[in-house]
Design a binder for this molecule. Structure first.
Ligand code: SF4
Length: 211
């Protein structure tokens, strides 16, 4: 399958992909994405629903200590490191960027607690820019479909950006994430009627083992 055939297949599989995290501002999305590491979007939405009532902006968030914020986000897991990341990031936004979320990748990753994947999600989702965020689902599926030989997220991002046209990156990111979340799971993917069987290394390997 060439790049356009793969895009068409994803358009059929996931016609209207969208971010499953709730937010009202780019800052809130940034907080939600940090909380979403190793946690479900559903759980993050429950936590941020309460958190953003009292702490919707970086100005509000920095009033909390790490410990206080940790208690509020406890159920998302890794609450100590996430609380530190959120408060440090909020301080950087206030002190380095006058309280505004930068739209540029280099500036976003200069914020403490913000990695490349998070920055790419902010660019594509909050600012509607062209970016290809590589998370665990994208890593797994890019590898299964033979779109990369690498396991390094930065290299996988490069490979995907070379293979697919720029205007497809952001949508494809969500399509792949949702495909990975609900069908092409890490363990026991549902390969029934999958349009990628002919190029999928996982599927080919499974079939070879059964023969
Ligand atoms: S054939 Fe199975 S493993 Fe391969 S992409 Fe489809 S669902 Fe995923």
């Amino acid at each position: 399958m060439n790049n356009l055939e793969i895009i068409q297949a994803f358009d059929k599989l996931v016609p209207n992909p969208k971010c499953e995290l709730n937010y009202k501002t780019p800052y809130q999305l940034l907080v939600a994405v940090i909380l979403s590491a190793q946690c479900t979007d559903k759980r993050v939405n429950l936590v941020t629903h309460e958190l953003f009532k009292n702490y919707p902006t970086p100005e509000d968030m920095v009033k909390l200590t790490y410990e206080e914020l940790g208690k509020l986000i406890f159920s998302c897991g890794f609450y100590n490191s996430k609380a530190k990341a959120i408060i440090d990031m909020s301080q950087d936004i206030l002190h380095k960027f006058d309280g505004k979320i930068p739209q540029d990748l280099d500036k976003l990753i200069s914020l403490r607690g913000v990695g490349r994947k998070t920055a790419n999600v902010i660019i594509s989702e909050a600012f509607k820019g062209d970016a290809f965020a590589v998370d665990t689902h994208v890593l797994r599926i890019a590898s299964r479909l033979g779109l990369t030989e690498s396991k390094n997220p930065d290299q996988v991002e490069e490979d995907l950006k070379k293979f697919f046209p720029k205007n497809s990156w952001s949508k494809l990111h969500y399509q792949i994430v949702l495909f990975g979340r609900y069908k092409c799971k890490a363990v026991k993917p549902d390969c029934t009627s999958c349009p990628f069987q002919s190029i999928c290394k996982y599927f080919q390997g499974k079939r070879a083992n059964n023969n």
